[in-house]
Design a protein around this ligand. Sequence first.
Ligand SMILES: [Fe+2]
Ligand SMILES: [Fe+2]
Length: 191
Amino acid sequence: MRLEEAKRIIKETLPEKRYIHTLGVVETAIQMARQYGVQEDKAALAAMLHDYAKYRNVSEMQRVAVELGLDELLNYDEELLHAPVGAELVKRELGVEDADIYQAIANHTTGAPNMPLLDQVIFVADAIEPNRHYPGVEQLRQIAQEDLTQAVIATLVQTISFLCKKQTVIFPLTIKTYNAFVPEKRKGTVL
Ligand SMILES: [Fe+2]
Ligand SMILES: [Fe+2]
């Protein structure tokens, strides 16, 4: 699927605010892809489609999650469903067969311990795109310009601490992702 076609579909599918967010993720993902050696066209398309299922009704998303064997997700915040379900619906409904794009969409909310660079770019771009406004976002943007691994860790810290402050349960995959990425930074030159 070409980016322009995906853009047209997303404009029709998502409310204005979420569409503007999506365009911000696309712009940020393209910049980050260039910087970190990720295929730009894949980053752009994954970013454009990442929130495709965001406004589906919960029972529909739960049904698809069960079909995918992701029953465990039903015990956690409904917000988590739209990522893996979105990946599947982008494949089923839009015919996007690219496995890399599928995985990047599926991992964009929780992260995953072995995320490839494309997934890392989408994960971070979703959190720092220009229309995001929350305390600490400027620092995250700064880190994302310097080191992708650090940016993934900082995004996870932001997410986990936000959930802790709300006293919300945390999906174990997010903790596993954090535990997988934190030792990475010791191998690198940063920190
Ligand atoms: Fe999302
Ligand atoms: Fe998003």
